[in-house]
Design a protein around this ligand. Structure first.
Ligand code: ATR
Length: 291
């Protein structure tokens, strides 16, 4: 059934707030699932600049909007306007899901679960290893939190274009999780080769290589990779970034961001509806669209 055929006075509204939001596949994923599972919900994109964030949240509450996903650039700033924040979201310092519970706004971070479920099949290999995280934004924080909480890694290298941001994450996890074995490096592909080589797992959390800039990559030096490594790019559009193709050419195990995207969405969906998303169907559908 077409989603608009079933909108009536009982339809519950959820959506995504960000700036911009036009590239998001979340409306497609959630509306497809509402339709497949015959749920009377609709998922809408809301393009809200930061200057309107506080007012927008008040309006969402007034309008009785049931829940939200939160994307760039609001994941961190939104916390101050929420009534309650989950332990993981507070520890990461970022919220990507909001649930309106009788007028009170609760914040969660389901990105962490997406990361954990993507890496879980490699848990034994990752435990006690050295990991390199490229990037120092909200996504990097979620990855580092997941690595410390669920995978007990030994050492973390952070590679980022802007040194102050890496240092600030390093201090943050020193303080919050008492993890001291973090080394920071600038994004200088030639000098980063040794850092990559020493890592069991390498994770790209930056937007470098995201559609339409598919020719960009955090490193184009194939010597950075070998077949003993796991290389994870959080990007899912394109499914295979240049970075992933390079790692694959050296025999590394590669992971794209599609599973993480679907798992984070499925957890948000559960918070709003109390139902389980059919992630296999959604993954198959997204793979078709993105390929
Ligand atoms: P998110 O919450 O998705 O992590 P973010 O907080 O804006 O988003 O962080 C984006 C990350 O991608 C940052 O590490 C950023 O590097 P800077 O800290 O130097 O800004 C990185 N990034 C984005 N575009 C980049 C580019 N063209 N080259 C290198 N790094 C880039």
């Amino acid at each position: 059934m077409n989603i608009t055929d079933q909108i009536n006075h009982e339809t519950k509204i959820v959506g995504i707030i960000g700036h911009p939001v036009k590239h998001s596949y979340s409306p497609m994923m959630h509306n497809l699932t509402f339709s497949l599972q015959d749920l009377n919900y609709v998922y809408l994109p809301f393009d809200i600049p930061t200057s309107n964030l506080k007012e927008a949240l008040k309006s969402f509450n007034t309008l009785g909007i049931k829940g939200l996903n939160v994307t760039l650039p609001h994941k961190e700033k939104i916390i101050q306007y929420l009534d309650h924040v989950s332990e993981a979201a507070a520890a990461v310092g970022a919220v990507n899901t909001v649930v309106n519970e009788s007028g009170l706004l609760h914040g969660y971070n389901t990105d962490v679960q997406g990361i954990v479920e993507t890496l879980n099949p490699y848990k034994n290999e990752i435990a006690k290893s050295t990991v390199t995280v490229i990037g120092a934004g909200g996504a990097a924080r979620s990855v580092i939190f997941a690595l410390l909480r669920n995978f007990k890694v030994e050492k973390i290298n952070i590679i980022n274009r802007t040194g102050e941001r890496s240092d600030s994450i390093k201090d943050y996890f020193n303080d919050k999780m008492h993890f001291r074995n973090i080394e920071t490096h600038e994004l200088m592909p030639i000098e980063n080769v040794q850092v990559f080589k020493s890592s069991k797992l390498i994770v790209n959390t930056t937007s470098v290589g995201l559609y339409p800039n598919v020719e960009e990559t955090p490193t184009d030096i194939s010597d950075s990779f070998d077949k003993s490594q796991i290389v994870f790019d959080l990007i899912y559009n394109p499914i295979k970034t240049k970075f992933i193709k390079l790692a694959e050419s050296k025999g590394a195990t590669t992971l794209n961001g599609l599973k993480m995207f679907v798992v984070q969405g499925a957890r948000s969906f559960e918070y709003w509806t109390g139902k389980t998303m059919d992630t296999k169907k959604v993954l198959a559908e997204l793979n078709k669209v993105l390929s």
